[in-house]
Design a protein around this ligand. Structure first.
Ligand SMILES: *Cc1c(COP(=O)(O)O)cnc(C)c1O
Length: 367
């Protein structure tokens, strides 16, 4: 058996190890927030935003941000049907209803026309999820948001390094959320961050993030409201600081891997990969190959072919509306159709050219 090619794997160097070790040895007492503060500063500078709050996950960041926007029972939140459940879960936890709409066939991100059509008097937000690093049409979404007075939330968990006409993913909406789960471009093991340019929203989330204790509250153990506890630890933040110092390297490696696949597979007109869109830079978190219907190549054929070569390739997201807790929405044609003939390709930092070629050869064999 050939050695296994993993799907994702973090890039951890001596720098991450030394910062984490320092945090474990010295990051206590008056230093217990030192790496967290530093990580938030580095992240704000990278993204070009005013405020950031490091969290234990992207899901937590979304939960607090949505709560601060006042989303609650009876409200509706519009998002694309194609996604990981993490974006929909906080909507459900707040007692609101996720409304799933179709994606565009080329970017695999939310179709702005479908989003606009789904707006009702109960709509409280639209979530722009930059899927696999591909960017949503933010100009259109922000214009829709403005027209109806609805905030646009950015789930940029997969979009570290993605840039839309000079602005980084996550910096354009009423707030943005990122994930630092072990599979993501930048990792702290588990972790996330809430970012915004809105000082009011920042204040609300800051209070929520500390169990409802306002930063101006002097009374000990006094919570002004019921909040959340989604904090990042100083040790995680130490790893995050090292990753932020290497962020350009982490992103450009992802972009090179996507480019390698695109070049190697460009011989076939039957494969669509993450698109190059005018004015946009793709952070290239996850290279995907979507096969034309005419190729007769299906998800099952792809999974079997990769598994027999000991390569960990993963399926394109199932439509969220197909999951047991939601109602089927097969009219979201692209969301239901594309995953049937698509696959995620391995793309971790240290993957070498030989292994990338092994992945490509599986696809060549199938065609
Ligand atoms: C990974 C991911 C999340 C969840 O991130 P966690 O840090 O695991 O909560 C949310 N949204 C998208 C689009 C993701 O890819």
């Amino acid at each position: 058996m050939k050695p296994r090619i993993f799907y994702t794997k973090p890039s951890i160097t001596d720098l991450e190890v030394s910062y984490a070790t320092d945090a474990a040895e010295n990051g206590w007492g008056d230093q217990c927030y030192a790496y967290i503060n530093r990580f938030e500063e580095l992240f704000k500078k990278h993204l070009g935003v005013k405020y950031a709050i490091a969290t234990s996950s992207c899901t937590g960041a979304l939960h607090m941000g949505m709560s601060a926007l006042g989303i609650g029972p009876g409200d509706e939140v519009i998002l694309a049907d194609t996604n990981w459940i993490a974006t929909a879960a906080p909507v459900v936890h707040l007692g609101a209803k996720p409304v799933f709409v179709d994606i565009l066939p080329d970017t695999w991100c939310i179709d702005p026309d479908k989003a606009e059509d789904a707006i009702t008097p109960n709509t409280k937000a639209i979530v722009a999820v930059h899927l696999y690093g591909n960017l949503c049409d933010m100009d259109r979404l922000l214009a829709i948001g403005e027209k109806y007075g609805i905030p646009i939330i950015e789930d940029a968990a997969e979009a570290m390094g993605s840039i839309y006409y000079g602005k980084r993913a996550g910096s354009m909406g009423s707030f943005g959320a990122f994930s630092f789960h072990g599979t993501k471009t930048l990792t702290t093991g588990e972790g996330g961050i809430f970012v915004t340019n809105d000082s009011n929203l920042y204040d609300k989330v800051l209070t929520l993030s500390n169990h409802g204790r306002s930063r101006f509250q002097k009374k000990q153990f006094w919570a002004d409201e019921v909040g959340f506890k989604y904090k990042m630890s100083n040790i995680q933040a130490a790893i995050g600081c090292a990753q932020m110092e290497r962020i350009d390297q982490l992103i450009s490696r992802k972009q090179l891997i996507l480019l390698f696949y695109k070049k190697s597979l460009s011989f076939s007109s039957e494969i669509l990969m993450n698109p190059d869109v005018k004015g946009c830079t793709n952070g290239a978190w996850m290279p995907n190959a979507v096969f034309d219907e005419k190729s007769n190549i299906t998800r099952e054929i792809l999974c079997n072919a990769f598994e027999s070569e000991n390569i960990d390739a993963r399926v394109f997201f199932w439509p969220l509306s197909s999951l047991p807790n939601f109602k089927n929405k097969e009219e979201n044609f692209n969301s239901w159709d594309i995953p049937q003939r698509a696959i995620n390709l391995p793309s971790y930092f240290d993957i070498n050219e030989q292994d990338l070629s092994r992945v490509v050869s599986v696809i060549k064999m199938l065609l």
